[in-house]
Design a protein. Sequence first.
Length: 114
Amino acid sequence: MISPTASQKDKKPKRSTWKFKLDLTHPAEDGIFDSGNFEQFLREKAGYLRNVVHIECFKNKITVLSEKQFSKRYLKYLTKKYLKKSSLHDWLRVVTYELCYFQISQEDEAESED
């Protein structure tokens, strides 16, 4: 009969990975956002996680894979920081890992002109 501790020793600990996808489709198609430049920015900012964080760019989507726990907020923070650096923070915002345009209503502009 096999003891319960022997079967536990045979099990390898599960390697969990965290995977995040950033969708840059709308601004990249409009030509105001360069996904390759943003990918390079993320690679430079990986810091001490450089060996455990892998960044891949496929067309207009960036995938971030991490072997250690990686904060979703940190990824959103880095995205906002890039938008500020490239002077796009007035036009774009990050909503659920997707870059969206701010909604500007034309009715408000028409009323302010009167």
